[in-house]
Write a protein that binds this ligand. Structure first.
Ligand code: TGC
Ligand code: FAD
Length: 389
């Protein structure tokens, strides 16, 4: 198969700086050379490609938009987004790993941590030495994280944490977990080393989706952490939701990458596949599908580009991020399915990427706020009338 070609119908490439183009091409090459040759094996085995952690860290992708003084790349939002787009062209599980490490673990330490916590953890997390996971969701509190039951109770200078967290990405390989818990003072965040007595990470088995990702249930039974495990500037549900803004932003970009992978594959296939004496790409119905897909990818690209500008200007509102996550992941999910269809019977084989992206995107559609929750967030912003309950 010849080199991947991204759809660029509206010449978005012209908007990129030389640095952004270089980073885009570097990550794209990394995905082509290091991720794609091994990803189907991991998908089949249900394992995360841990060999990619070192190279991903070396390329500066962990916490890439956090400041350089903590060992991070200090990139602007659009450049960070482009990285997520390219990674998810490889696999949603790989982008998830990077999102969780950067947006959901390093970001809260940066945003809510003390200077000591920042210096202790961020450089080691940027280098990939310390992997983190983010424990917000519980078996009975997913879309409604405010209903969480995990508690952290003060015991002298220490805290005792009890609870169960569900669906936690990077869960079994993490050295630290950012755990959100109810305290006398509302919801607070804690940096919890995962080797403490009473802490258990149990792999979630039987996944059809995001198989090349480490997903775990975390059980905390009387886990005792010192006072300085508390993220001192965290306070209320607002704090974890601020982390989600960061991750959802990257996911919106990531959806474009997954869609681009499927579109490129389907377009090549449609041009090469002959039925009734001509390429299937030369039929009106397939051209309609390709036109719809290309239009949706192009709209998603323009949405993300503007969102990146707003984010860099400090003006991106949570509901704008929700609109992008909602739109782009629905777009990617539909794209993967349509592309699978264009591949005919071959579309169900692991020689092609569409089916893997298609099943992965089921998770992406649901995590970081389900499609429906983002509908309600945007609906609330439009009407001023919350319809969650
Ligand atoms: P609500 O009363 O609306 O809000 C509580 C407080 O938070 C503020 N707030 C936000 N602040 C910053 N960013 C946001 N996006 C915010 N949304 C709300 C709000 O102003 C309020 O502040 P204050 O100061 O007045 O207290 O809260 P609610 O309980 O009604 O819930 C609202 C809702 C449904 C939107 C929210 O809970 C939600 O987003 N639910 C979805 C949960 C979710 O997305 N979970 C994701 C878990 S992590 C994950 O899936 C990782 S996947 C791996 C990967 O990323 O690859
Ligand atoms: P529920 O909240 O039970 O929702 C079930 C259905 O009801 C959904 O379709 C939902 O949209 C709908 N629904 C719920 N409330 C409403 C409403 N008010 N109006 C209309 N419809 C509604 N969480 C973490 O904390 N950390 C992680 O690292 C993490 N990684 C994940 C990785 C994977 C592979 C998956 C699948 C999930 C992960 N999650 C993680 C959890 C994820 O965020 C939750 O699954 C998600 O928020 C939905 O919660 P739930 O599964 O409990 O569904």
């Amino acid at each position: 198969m010849s080199e991947f070609e991204a759809l660029d119908f509206y010449l978005m490439d012209e908007l990129l700086s030389d640095e952004q183009r270089l980073i885009r091409d570097t990550v794209r090459q990394f995905v082509t050379e290091k991720c794609l040759p091994i990803i189907e094996e991991h998908q089949a085995a249900g394992t995360f490609p841990t060999d990619l952690i070192g190279p991903v860290a070396e390329l500066g992708m962990l916490g890439a938009n956090l400041p350089e003084e903590y060992g991070c790349a200090g990139l602007e939002s659009s450049t960070y987004g482009i990285m997520m787009q390219e990674l998810e062209r490889g696999d949603s599980g790989l982008r998830s790993f990077v999102s969780v490490q950067g947006a959901l673990c390093m970001y809260p330490i940066f945003e809510f941590g003390s200077e000591e916590q920042r210096r202790e953890w961020l450089p080691r997390m940027a280098s990939g030495e310390v992997i983190g996971c983010f424990g917000l969701t519980e078996p009975d509190a997913g879309s409604d994280p405010g209903a969480m039951r995990t508690t952290a109770v003060k015991d002298g200078d220490d805290w005792i944490i009890n609870g169960v967290k569900m669906w936690i990405t990077n869960g079994t390989m993490a050295k630290i977990a950012i755990i959100w818990a109810q305290t006398d003072d509302g919801i607070r965040g804690f940096v919890v080393p995962t080797d403490l007595p009473g802490f258990q990470a149990i792999e979630v088995k039987g996944k059809y989706s995001l198989r090349a990702s480490d997903t775990a249930e975390l059980v905390l039974e009387d886990v005792c952490v010192p006072g300085d495990a508390l993220l001192p500037k965290s306070g209320g549900l607002r704090s974890p939701l601020m982390c989600l803004n960061q991750a959802r932003y990257g996911i919106a970009w990531g959806g474009i990458g997954a869609a681009q992978a499927c579109f490129d594959e389907a377009l090549r296939y449609a041009k090469a596949r002959i039925t009734f004496g001509k390429p299937v790409a030369q039929t009106q119905l397939v051209q309609e599908l390709l036109t719809e897909i290309a239009s949706e990818i192009t709209k998603a690209q323009t949405l993300c580009w503007r969102l990146g500008e707003l984010k860099d200007a400090g003006r991106a509102r949570p509901e704008q991020i929700s609109m992008a996550k909602r739109n782009n992941i629905e777009m990617a999910r539909n794209t993967a399915r349509r592309c699978r269809e264009i591949l005919g019977g071959n579309g169900i084989l692991d020689e092609y990427q569409a089916f893997r992206h298609m099943v992965n995107l089921e998770s992406v559609y649901t995590y970081e706020g389900t499609h429906q929750i983002h509908t309600l967030i945007v609906g609330n912003a439009l009407t001023g009338l919350p319809a969650f309950g």
